[in-house]
Ligand binder design. Structure first.
Ligand code: GLN
Length: 490
């Protein structure tokens, strides 16, 4: 039962093959078996068993009353930075380890309206800062493909949970690669939409001008189903853009013959691991078989992406995280002497090392005397990067590349060197700086570990990307492979 996709679960519920209570209980049992305890994957921070079963029961009743949608009774999980009314929302941080929001994020509300069932909240790098899910106050997450390896980050909990079939799909967010990189590391399909496509209201901000929510799922079809619910215009979010939401599942079967795919030479550098390059190139050859044509292109400012991001993102996070002060919400230090002591110790004790590093870098970059040299310069680079893409999309329909330079690495392998960890996002980060949509789909394996192919689309062309991905998945089976051992008792 656990290998069912969202689309299959939706059909199964409709056909009366099982009830929402049955399928919800099935996943809750799997979570107990595979996720919890010392040897568990640790992909969930909170499992809301009682609430999930109550939602499932309500969904079954709604179906019996004849007003179910495709989503009614379908179980999902939310990344633990989306506010959930009455349910703990920690952002993977000690400072929010007691935070129970009094409202739902718009995305959470969108799923509730459809009658979807939320199994719980998934683990993540603290405040979405990281590429390995090792920065969580609630402990690292294991990659179900190899328990000694990381699932990627920051949405590592969502990715590990879907890969181990503890939930059929989950929400995630991507500021520099946090949907695509974990999807690549766990053999899944992940999509970061155009900036402004999904509401950020109720989504705890890391870097507001880069953050965007999207799905992690088993297939492009499921990602399309997820995006149908996640995408919406929201007047409560001033960066939400008023664009109609198409039915992303309606165009999955369109013919992709004649589409032009650009391969940027900067994304296939000479030092790219030859096995990674070969997996990605054979996936691209599959698109040629489907009638697409390939064109070499150049995105000359690619190399400036990581340095620009590590000015812009810390600058924005230093401002966003200033609200975590131990006064209004979150954890407060014991017995503060005075207000200054309260601020200092609540923040000092509440934030982890990587978050503190970024707050310091960001505060420095924004301070008088350095603002022009760092922040303004980074914003100018951002425009150059965007201009590269705009020019490229005059000649091509999509751009393709590896999602990551390597497959999943070992836990602890990169924690000693932050810059090495930052390089994980070398192929994903430019899209966030430009606000473009991108996705990762499973393209094969290296050393028995999944490898992702990145598909970059022009602004608002999520439907086109999903169409390309679905056609690839109709012709190939990479997305069907699940990690060995997820059926056994661990
Ligand atoms: N790995 C990047 C970082 O640490 C991106 C994280 C993200 O997309 N949230 O900031």
């Amino acid at each position: 039962m656990q290998n069912l996709t969202l689309a299959q679960i939706s059909k199964g519920l409709e056909a009366g093959e099982f009830t929402s209570v049955e399928i919800t209980q099935h996943y809750l049992d799997r979570i107990k078996q595979l996720d919890q305890g010392e040897n568990g994957l640790n992909s969930f921070i909170t499992v809301n068993e009682e609430l999930a079963l109550a939602e499932a029961k309500a969904a079954d009743e709604r179906r019996a009353a004849g007003n179910a949608t495709a989503w009614t009774g379908v179980p999902i999980a939310h990344k633990d930075l989306l506010c959930t009314d009455g349910t703990l929302t920690t952002c993977g941080s000690k400072i929010l380890s007691n935070f129970v929001p009094p409202y739902d994020a718009t995305i959470v509300e969108n799923f509730k309206k459809e009658g979807a069932v939320c199994l719980g909240k998934t683990n993540m790098d603290e405040f979405a800062m990281g590429s390995s899910n090792e920065n969580s106050y609630f402990g690292a997450v294991k990659n179900p493909w190899d328990l000694e390896r990381v699932p990627g980050g920051s949405s590592g909990g969502s990715a590990a949970a879907v890969a181990a079939r503890l939930v059929p799909a989950a929400t995630a967010t991507d500021t520099g690669g946090s949907i695509r990189q974990p999807a690549a590391f766990t053999g899944l399909t992940g999509l970061k939409p155009t900036y402004g496509r999904c509401s950020r209201w109720g989504m705890v901000a890391y870097a507001s001008s880069l953050d965007q929510a999207g799905p992690i799922a088993q297939t492009a079809e499921d990602a399309a189903m997820m995006l149908n619910v996640m995408a919406s215009f929201d007047e409560k979010d001033s960066t939400s853009i008023e664009q109609p939401v198409p039915d992303y599942t309606a165009t999955l079967n369109d013919d992709i013959k004649g589409k032009v795919i650009g391969l940027p030479k900067e994304y296939f550098p000479e030092n790219l691991d030859p096995e990674m390059a070969s997996v990605v190139r054979s996936a691209i050859a599959e698109f040629e078989k489907l009638g697409c044509t390939i064109k070499e292109i150049s995105l000359p400012n690619t190399g400036l992406g990581i340095p620009a991001y590590y000015v812009v993102a810390p600058a924005e996070c230093s401002a966003n995280l200033s609200r975590m002060d131990g006064v209004r919400f979150g954890v407060r230090c014991e017995d503060p002497k005075d207000l200054e002591d309260l601020y200092k110790r609540s923040r000092g004790e509440g934030f982890g090392a990587e978050v503190k590093r970024r707050i310091m870098v960001g505060t420095y970059a924004l301070s008088t005397g350095f603002y022009d040299a760092y922040y303004v310069k980074a914003q100018k680079i951002r425009r150059l990067i965007k201009n590269d893409f705009v020019a490229a999309f005059n000649d091509v329909d999509f751009i393709m590349s590896p999602t990551t330079p390597t497959p999943a690495f070992k836990t602890g392998e990169k924690t000693g060197d932050p810059v090495e960890m930052y390089m994980e996002d070398v192929f994903t980060i430019a899209l966030n700086l430009a606000g473009l949509p991108g996705m990762s789909i499973p393209a094969g394996k290296v050393n028995n570990l999944p490898v992702g192919l990145q598909i970059i689309g022009n602004y608002w062309n999520e439907a086109g990307m999903l169409n390309m991905a679905h056609q690839f998945q109709t012709a190939t089976d990479f997305h069907k492979e699940a990690p060995a051992g997820i059926d056994s008792n661990r």
